[in-house]
Design a protein around this ligand. Sequence first.
Ligand SMILES: NC(=O)C1=CN([C@@H]2O[C@H](COP(=O)(O)OP(=O)(O)OC[C@H]3O[C@@H](n4cnc5c(N)ncnc54)[C@H](OP(=O)(O)O)[C@@H]3O)[C@@H](O)[C@H]2O)[C@H](O)CC1
Ligand SMILES: [K+]
Length: 509
Amino acid sequence: MPTCAPIGTALLTPTEMAEADRLTIESGISGWQLMSAAGRAVAGVAAEMVALPGPVACLAGPGNNGGDAYVAAANLREQGFAVRVFALGDPERLAGDAAFARAAWNAEIEPLAAFEADQFSLIIDGLFGAGLSRALDGEVANCVERANACRTPILSIDLPSGVAGDSGVVLGTAFKARRTISFFRAKPGHRLEPGRSLCGEITIRPIGILPDVLQTIRPRTFDNDPNLWGRALRWPADAGHKYDRGHAVILSGGASKTGAARLAANAALRAGAGLVTVFSPASAVLVHAAHLTAAMIKRCEGASELDTHLADERLNAFVLGPGFGVGAKARDAARLILEKARALVLDADGITSYADDPRALFALAREAGKKASETRLVMTPHAGEFKRLFPDLASSEGAKLEQAREAAARAHSIVVLKGRDTVIAEPGGRAAINSTGTPWLATAGTGDVLTGMIVAQLAQGTPAFEAACAGVWMHGKAAEAFGPGLIAEDLAPMLPKVFGDLARLMDET
Ligand SMILES: NC(=O)C1=CN([C@@H]2O[C@H](COP(=O)(O)OP(=O)(O)OC[C@H]3O[C@@H](n4cnc5c(N)ncnc54)[C@H](OP(=O)(O)O)[C@@H]3O)[C@@H](O)[C@H]2O)[C@H](O)CC1
Ligand SMILES: [K+]
């Protein structure tokens, strides 16, 4: 099995980043050194975006984000660019490192009201970064809207001003940047929508903060990439056989709703489950038989037949929901599977079946987890399904990361809250934000395929959080590999390429 770096790529909230600064400064590197490095890095990216002599506008706010902008302005001037600085508030009131930075600029500072966006070849946004504390309004909001309305490219320092670093939520209004440069590690706001889209291309540069500080900070949020879960992923053993790779079961709906189960079944096989069986009502067995080849089919009419089949302990991971139908039959199936502490991916109708009594599901998940000493339930809701089980959490606007985290703790399960910025959260508080995928994934049946990719990892014995993360990542990578024109059936055939790339990536790390 390939090996991979043990820790994930951490995403730091503004509070954690401030702690990283503090610990670094404590170790002997000054705040001014950090700001100088940050400002120089900003100037470097700016010089990639605009030809000499510019002109370049630097917008400087009242805190250290503004400090970075003054350093960048001075550096660009040294390179020969024509630079004008526009400040929000009274620059005489800047304190600490930002006051040093203003002194280093040592030239005219104009008020923000004098800034005219269309007179420049580049705008550097140094109004607010990690210290954003409230909605943009008045003069600042007006300036942002004027800049967004013209075609001048914007380079944002740390975050587009107006985007909250911990959630990606827009407070009032925000710059729409062509590029964003941030330092040391990215923040959740760089990955979560709408922040992610407003950042444009993101560059993360080291500025002298020592990675060791992460041992003290112990971040809980990560990029969903193989650094996080690669070591935990099961690969076929050299002398292994198919039973070593688990037996996944997909529960099918009735005769007119069988496609979803087959999408999941084929994806589960391609994603590495040793065996896959579709449990089908009698009325749908022949429909499946006409389409399935490597996947097996077994009649399963209802609770008592399912109970009988569950006596076979090799059936270790299940998908329930896609095309299954909403109601007591789904609840009975989920209960039987979780009572036997088998791994369960619950999606679509399976989730909706618990809309009236989510706590019954959470209790089953808690007991299954206790019995197996590991999380057994993975839920894969989109925003609408999430709201059915967690109406109170869904009403807290925009804070997707915290919603998923809270839901996972409450439901004793892995919650995969889907979207362009899918969040995967576990009950213990660890969460990952996914960035793979393309807009073409917004098409019928792709969610069914995702359940197959996750159940395949569960069947092989990968722990539930890592199984969900890996499934989500692969799903996105498969879409990227296929490109435009994608439909759900195209995803599983891309997995051989995705696994090949993954193996190479992990060999390199
Ligand atoms: N390790 C690093 O990443 C480093 C980053 N650096 C840069 O520092 C900033 C963070 O600096 P900070 O001073 O903490 O915060 P900001 O500059 O982002 O903003 C704080 C000031 O802005 C005022 N504020 C906040 N929101 C608004 C608003 N909506 N309207 C008006 N004014 C606002 C805030 O006022 P308060 O009243 O809330 O106090 C502050 O005055 C980081 O983003 C990086 O760019 C360092 O250079 C080096 C290390
Ligand atoms: K900014």
